[in-house]
Ligand binder design. Structure first.
Ligand code: PPE
Length: 312
């Protein structure tokens, strides 16, 4: 990763190299963290955050599921994220707020550990490779299922969920694929290790429901909105694995992945084997909004204010 100058920690900017925590922090031993990932885009009128408030709210919601009291409001988190971007002088970047159980006592019960919050920002290019946006990525189904209901809550973006994601991702890479798609415990399609998934069949856009152990993706909801406004029918339903093989188009969505087409699944060519027409229309609509080239009619963009003062 490319280090930047400052990281926000519990209300203060500290130098990148000084952003450290104690090895006996609860999070290190028990994975007790929730986090977000958001992109900042450059437009002709300056930098903008994409769906800032939705990310702050999801962070607070993830924490709520885990009875973790984040000592900041959504307004404060919004402001902290924007000021971290500003302090680092970044025009385009990725923003990673993380709330975690810190240093107090060890043992499973976290009640005597503080909830600490940090925000890091760094430049992050195309998640699945530069050429992926046009030509798509070759992916596989994972032998690992997505976390099951009643084991870990998939609607929380919790650090610990990403142990499951890591198994999916490492297996896929070791077999030469860019990414893995997990099925849920019922055998229906869930999501990628770090992305939601959509398919297009005869002009209809289909994506798994929240009940398929998916993260309620912010990019997913943006794509649903864009598609509906284009007059494309969108259905959230259970998706059998083979429906992806037979789809005309399949793509991933995510803050990091944006809208990435899938060319092959398990070496079966999907549609034309590259970004299809509906994928391209959605990509164009999405990138035109985040790039400030079309009107932000949904109110998804927040300008990054000019940063005034560095307090360290
Ligand atoms: N599912 C998972 C499991 C997931 O991690 C993400 C985001 C999504 C769906 C899409 O959600 P959204 O970003 O709100 O559209 N994954 C984040 C982390 C990736 C990483 O490697 O770390 C991201 O895209 O920021």
């Amino acid at each position: 990763m490319t280090p930047t100058e400052y990281i926000w920690m519990n209300g203060k900017l500290v130098r990148w190299d000084d952003a450290k925590i104690h090895i006996c922090s609860h999070v290190i031993h028990y994975g007790s963290s929730v986090f977000e990932g958001m992109r900042i885009y450059k437009t002709a009128k300056g930098s903008v955050a994409f769906r800032l408030r939705d990310h702050s709210e999801r962070l607070l919601n993830s924490a709520k599921i885990y009875r973790m009291e984040i000592p900041y409001t959504a307004d404060e988190l919004d402001e902290a994220m924007l000021s971290t971007v500003g302090a680092n002088g970044l025009e385009e970047c990725y923003v990673r707020p993380v709330a975690y159980r810190g240093y107090g006592t060890l043992g499973v019960d976290p009640s005597n550990c503080p909830v600490d919050v940090a925000i890091a920002t760094w430049p992050w290019g195309k998640y699945l490779g530069e050429d992926a946006m046009e030509n798509g990525v070759s992916v596989c189904f994972s032998s690992w299922n997505r976390i099951a209901p009643n084991t870990m809550p998939a609607m929380a973006k919790a650090g610990a969920n990403y142990m499951n994601s890591q198994l999916i991702k490492m297996e896929a890479i070791s077999h030469g694929y860019a990414e893995g798609i997990a099925l849920d415990v019922s055998g229906n399609v869930s999501e990628g290790s770090g992305e939601n998934i959509f398919l297009v069949r005869k002009g209809v856009l289909i994506t798994p429901t929240f009940a398929a152990s998916i993260l309620p993706g912010i990019t997913r909801s943006s794509v649903i909105r864009l598609a509906e406004d284009m007059g494309i029918k969108v259905i959230e339903q259970n998706v059998p694995r083979e429906a992806l093989y037979l789809a005309d188009e399949v793509f991933f969505t995510g803050s990091a992945a944006e809208i990435t087409p899938i060319s092959k699944i398990d070496n079966i060519v999907i549609g034309e084997g590259k970004a299809g027409p509906i994928t391209k229309k959605l990509q164009a609509a999405f990138f035109n909004i985040v790039g400030g080239r079309t009107k932000d009619k949904y109110g998804w963009l927040t300008p990054v204010p000019e940063y005034k003062e560095v307090t360290v």
